[in-house]
Design a protein around this ligand. Structure first.
Ligand SMILES: Nc1ncnc2c1ncn2[C@@H]1O[C@H](COP(=O)(O)OP(=O)(O)OP(=O)(O)O)[C@@H](O)[C@H]1O
Ligand SMILES: [Mg+2]
Length: 246
């Protein structure tokens, strides 16, 4: 069965149509979502994760309609996301940021309640998550002081704390140097091997093509191609709309 079914999703911001009749399914895979700036990629993530109710169309997750649910409700069903512009709680430590993530399914609007989560068993969970994303050494560092490479991993750690089945990553490799991007690719592969399904938006084509099993290409709100990385790299429409400009 498809995990996520996106059916004829359209979205308008006033007079601007950001998504046009977008339809695709996801399966047990690492799926890439690529396309030029303004193609509608982040808007589609916002629709899937409950930040935006689409103007029309449907989204189903494991058979359940989710396009009218709030973000916290989609989190409880097993959907988690990271943001293109990282959003750590800057004054909190790395560990506290992940504690907020643990509380997210229950207290979505009250990050301040994270102190309630500071129990031994929750701290053990945080410890395991930090080890998974290689942030153990930074546990007590204030988030505001971390460089972008570590903030991107902290975003993933916070998302993992909600125990997702599907993880949406919005440009996880943006701003990373080659070595950091490779480490991140290894982390994403590990997460997939542990049973998570992943959709990632990327402009870093080397990263996306090496990592993704399948790729969906959006341009001006529409799907113009989908296929494996080789098919996408050789697709005329994709080269003209996007890859040719890189
Ligand atoms: N909240 C909003 N209000 C009005 N217009 C918006 C809003 N969010 C996005 N848009 C517009 O919708 C279109 C799609 O934007 P979106 O952010 O989804 O693109 P994207 O593919 O993620 O681009 P990028 O690669 O630059 O991140 C753009 O024209 C953008 O300006
Ligand atoms: Mg975007």
């Amino acid at each position: 069965m498809s995990q996520l079914e996106i059916r004829s999703v359209s979205h308008w911001f006033g007079g601007l149509q950001a998504l046009k009749d977008v339809t695709f399914d996801t399966h047990d895979e690492i799926l890439g979502l690529i396309g030029p700036n303004g193609a509608g990629k982040t808007t589609l993530f916002n629709v899937i994760s409950g930040f935006i109710v689409p103007t029309s169309g449907e989204v189903r997750f494991n058979g359940k309609a989710i396009h009218r649910l709030r973000a916290d409700q989609t989190v409880r069903l097993g959907l988690a996301r990271t943001f293109q512009i990282v959003k750590p709680f800057a004054s909190l430590t790395v560990e506290e940021n992940v504690l907020v993530g643990l509380g997210m399914p229950y207290y979505p609007t009250s990050a301040a309640l994270y102190q309630r989560y500071r129990t031994r068993s929750n701290l053990d969970q945080v410890e395991q998550i930090l080890a998974k994303v290689h942030l153990t050494d930074y546990r007590s560092a204030q988030a505001a002081k971390l460089p972008i490479g570590l903030l991107r991993r902290l975003e993933i750690a916070r998302a993992l704390a909600t125990h997702p089945k599907l993880l949406l990553l919005d440009e996880p490799a943006a701003g990373l140097v080659a070595q950091e991007a490779e480490e991140l690719a290894a982390l994403v592969r590990d997460l997939y091997a542990q049973g998570l399904h992943i959709i990632l938006i990327e402009h870093n084509m080397r990263f996306a093509m090496n990592l993704c099993h399948r790729i969906v290409v959006l341009a001006q709100g529409e799907i113009i191609a989908q296929g494996n990385p080789t098919e996408i790299q050789n697709n005329e429409k994709v080269i003209n709309a996007y890859l040719g400009q890189e």
